[in-house]
Design a protein around this ligand. Structure first.
Ligand SMILES: NC(=O)c1ccc[n+]([C@@H]2O[C@H](COP(=O)([O-])OP(=O)(O)OC[C@H]3O[C@@H](n4cnc5c(N)ncnc54)[C@H](O)[C@@H]3O)[C@@H](O)[C@H]2O)c1
Length: 316
């Protein structure tokens, strides 16, 4: 039987689907969902839940000891667009929550950690196309600075204290179960909702802004596959590059038009354009493929079909 797992930030875009999948795999009672707020009905009814502030070390330690938690998935964070508005709050949440979990592992109170990084660790001086695993980073956003610092600390805790921490640099994630939480790639989710509701969408990025993206099913599969891999295969202890697909707002609108003829997109770039311009347009994830067998399954057209079919079914 799998030892108990704690998900922190379980009510967010990724945490919700991760909770469902881990409960499917390991049993509902073995997966403790937690967040600073309550989540959707389906999540709240699917198994044990704790209200928990990730920045409160004593509270996190209490939950870990109470449930005899073995693994923690730390999904709580402030995302890129919101973090630009509240830099100090973002830094405190993104860093303190990570230190708390790393220190619990250092003290041997838990034995494995998943902590997500992001393509936001890269910056304007990074090679944009096929961005390599190891390259110039120099992130220019508050969020990116916190993720790059987080990566350095993960590697440090692994090397110095033997902490088994694993991470991927998620691209922008596209999903239909939970709305995204304030990132720069949120347009690629909103566009499907608006396409069905209004038949049109005003995009906050320009038509040619190409960004790395991934369908949520692929992201969840990557996460669990990394966590289930034997420790000796995981050679990168900062965070793995991870790629699914890459496209522009113009290309996603063309893909939607195949299902919704007459769908139109207009462009009104805002402060998020500058963030997007500092990020890569495509990612080289050779190391993830070679070391733990990563392969994505969803391309843009398959994602569009899944998004539209599922959103239609849930709103009917
Ligand atoms: N969604 C993406 O496209 C994407 C891309 C790259 C990286 N990531 C990373 O993946 C992780 C999860 O992202 P997400 O998209 O699910 O974010 P989200 O904003 O949808 O969810 C984050 C959750 O954390 C919770 N939270 C906030 N403060 C908390 C606190 N103090 N204590 C406990 N919970 C708290 C929120 O209530 C929310 O439910 C984050 O680390 C994020 O940086 C996400």
């Amino acid at each position: 039987m799998h030892k108990p797992i704690l998900i922190i930030g379980a009510c967010g875009q990724i945490g919700t689907e991760l909770t469902f999948e881990l409960r499917n795999k390991y049993g509902a009672d073995n997966v403790i969902a937690s967040d600073i707020r309550e989540g959707g009905d389906a999540l709240m009814q699917s198994g044990p839940f704790e209200l928990l502030d990730a920045t409160d070390y004593a509270a996190v330690e209490d939950v870990v000891m109470h449930y005899e938690i073995e693994e923690v998935y730390l999904m709580a964070a402030m995302l890129s667009a919101t973090a630009e508005k509240f830099p100090m709050r973002a830094w405190n949440l993104n860093m303190n929550s990570l230190f708390h979990v790393l220190n619990l592992a250092k003290e041997k109170k838990i034995s494995k950690i998943f902590w997500p990084s992001s393509i936001a660790v890269f910056g304007p001086n990074t090679p944009k196309e096929d961005t390599p695993q190891n390259t110039i980073m120099e992130p220019s956003t508050v969020y990116g600075i916190s993720k790059q610092s987080g990566e350095r600390w993960c590697e440090y805790y692994h090397k110095k204290y033997g902490v088994d921490v694993r991470s991927v640099r998620y691209p922008g994630l596209i999903s239909w179960k939970t709305m995204p939480g304030g990132g720069t790639t949120d347009y690629a989710v909103e566009i499907y909702h608006e396409a069905l509701k209004q038949g049109k969408y005003e995009c906050f990025l320009s038509s040619e802004t190409q960004l790395p993206m991934m369908y949520m099913d692929d992201a969840i599969r990557a996460t669990i596959s990394l966590m289930e891999s034997p420790a000796e295969k995981i050679k990168v202890r900062s965070s793995y590059n991870l790629a699914g697909m890459t496209f522009t707002p113009k290309e996603i609108s063309k893909s939607i038009e195949k299902h919704i003829p007459g769908f139109t997109i207009s462009y009104a770039p805002d402060f998020r354009q500058e963030i997007a311009d500092s990020w890569p347009s495509s990612i080289d994830d050779t190391k993830a493929r070679q070391q733990w067998g990563w392969t994505p399954r969803f391309d843009l057209d398959q994602t569009t079909k899944e998004m539209l079919d599922n959103l239609k079914a849930t709103t009917n």
